[in-house]
Design a protein around this ligand. Structure first.
Ligand code: ADP
Length: 177
């Protein structure tokens, strides 16, 4: 039991988060440099349940988190009901949106569908604590940062998979099962 406890202490958020080193980078939205067609492409090309929103790719500073289904609904609605929303319309997750220059497409403001304080942990947080937080707060996902920069994401399923792997590797559980 002691060995097991020590082991679980050593597993950190960075060991469970995605992307893995070999994976493509995290799919993020930038707060003020995307168009409707950029976001539609991201929705088509990926199947993730949600996307972190960052200030810029360079800064990787987290602004919020948007659910895939809310993005789809909002863009569909805007295209149908909002005047001047086209593929090249800029999307803003910021509070302030600059007025569009004359004869340019209307702006789509999506700050309202963003979770402004998604749960985050640092990459060095022990997984034991992360699991506890997931249980107690009923989280679906949690973002991972390092020095204020967004590094990755951990979903509930990632944790369940990780736990299943640990149980397989744990000699105690093999002996007693
Ligand atoms: P689930 O883990 O329940 O299947 P998702 O479909 O959102 O949920 O995520 C699938 C996998 O992709 C998970 O391993 C998750 O960590 C990862 N993931 C989730 N969102 C993103 C994202 N925006 N960019 C890159 N990877 C992501």
């Amino acid at each position: 039991l002691e060995a097991k406890e020590e082991f679980s202490h050593k597993t950190l958020a960075m060991d469970v988060m995605r992307p893995r080193r070999s994976d493509p980078p995290l799919s993020v939205l930038t707060q003020d440099s995307l168009t409707v067609e950029d976001v539609e492409a991201l929705i088509t090309e990926t199947s993730y349940s949600g996307f972190p929103v960052v200030v810029s790719h360079e800064s990787q500073r987290l602004v919020g988190f948007v659910l895939r289904r809310d993005l789809i609904i909002s863009i569909e609605n805007a295209r149908m009901r909002q005047d001047g929303i086209v593929s090249t319309s800029p999307i803003f997750f910021t509070e302030y949106t600059p007025p569009p220059p004359p004869s340019s497409p209307a702006t789509l403001k999506l700050r309202g569908i963003m979770d402004l304080s998604p749960f985050t942990v640092t990459d060095h947080t022990p997984m034991e604590i992360v699991v506890d937080i997931f249980r107690k707060l009923g989280l679906r996902q949690c973002l991972v940062t390092h020095n204020g920069r967004l590094l990755g994401i951990i979903t509930k399923k990632d944790i369940l998979k990780h736990m299943a792997q640990m149980a397989n590797r744990d000699p105690d559980s093999i002996l007693f099962n």
